[in-house]
Design a protein around this ligand. Structure first.
Ligand SMILES: [Zn+2]
Length: 310
């Protein structure tokens, strides 16, 4: 188990670290290699990415060989420019497509974006303006989430190298397998599996201590991606948000997604409208979690739309 606790850089195994976001904000990973750090995810804004980079450099290794991204969401990628000047940015090919969809087909490193709509699409998905009507008071929360000065300018650093299905780093003591399992939390989600260490970084396939965002996700794909994680031989699971856990928490989280899907399916089966489903579907065991009040309605709407389109 981790030798430290709380936010900041922790050690999971020799040369394997996680940078745990303060207050449940996004996590990142780092793997020491003879060619420098392989970094996994880049924090949600440049100042935090600089703090992450400084924590890595403080260990004595100051070179960077690769930045890999678990997915495109702003809170995992907006610090990429802090690493992209030294290292290639590696991601699944769908993650590059997502960057192009949200930031434009010709987006390149160093392009900057300041408008709220682009940043919101990068944070919550390009469908966010279809999901939340323009006049809905919920926008106030979303504007507030991206309202502080650290988010004022998003500097792009889209993937420079992509793969389909999987990409494996073969190091002296371990392998690091980046594996894609289909649309799940968004699309392009990859896990970083370290079989020799019994460690897996699952990105936003798992939220710990915070209710998940499913507004641009695929509930069935997400459940099957978690079943894949549960079939791995791992003891330490590093979520996209929250502290490292074991496989029990992965199973509990999968069951919560299944309960959400079942609740929406029951509402549809009873002939409820989307608004009625939002009012009626509850996850009593999760209502206490941060983000539940703000995100549950949009998660229900996304699942309702997916199930009713079948
Ligand atoms: Zn995400």
């Amino acid at each position: 188990m981790p030798r430290d606790s709380g936010a900041g850089l922790i050690t999971l195994a020799e040369g394997v670290h996680a940078f745990i976001g303060e207050g449940g904000d996004s996590n990142a990973g780092a793997f020491l290699t003879p060619e420098g750090w392989i970094v996994l995810d880049a924090q949600q804004h440049v100042p935090l990415a600089e703090k992450f980079r400084a924590a890595l450099e403080a260990t004595g290794e100051r070179s960077f060989s690769c930045l890999a991204l678990t997915h495109y969401h702003l809170d995992h990628s907006a610090g990429s420019s802090v690493f992209a000047s030294d290292a290639p940015v590696l991601a699944h090919e769908i993650t590059l497509e997502k960057f192009r969809e949200v930031l434009g087909p010709d987006v390149k490193r160093g392009d900057s974006f300041t408008d709220f709509e682009t940043k919101a699409a990068c944070m919550f998905g390009p469908n966010i303006t279809e999901l939340i009507p323009a006049e809905d008071p919920a926008w106030e929360w979303f504007r507030g989430r991206l309202g502080s000065s650290e988010y004022a300018t998003y500097i792009a650093a889209p993937p420079t190298q992509t793969f389909a299905d999987s990409f494996t780093f073969h190091l002296d003591r371990r392998t690091i397998a980046l594996e894609y399992g289909g649309p799940a939390h968004c699309d392009g989600d990859v896990i970083a599996y370290l079989p020799e260490d019994g460690i897996v970084f699952v990105g936003d396939l798992l939220f710990v201590g915070r209710f998940p965002w499913l507004g641009d996700g695929d509930v069935d794909g997400w459940i099957s991606a978690l079943n894949h994680v549960l079939a791995l031989n791992v003891e330490q699971v590093i979520p996209g948000h929250g502290k490292p856990v074991g496989v029990k928490e992965v199973a509990d989280f999968r069951d919560m997604l299944a309960a959400l899907k079942e609740g929406v399916a029951d509402a549809l089966g009873a002939g409820m409208s989307e608004d009625e489903a939002v009012a009626r579907v509850r996850l009593a065991d999760y209502e206490h979690l941060p983000r539940y009040p703000e995100w549950m309605p949009w998660n229900v709407r996304n699942v309702y739309r997916a199930l009713s389109a079948r």
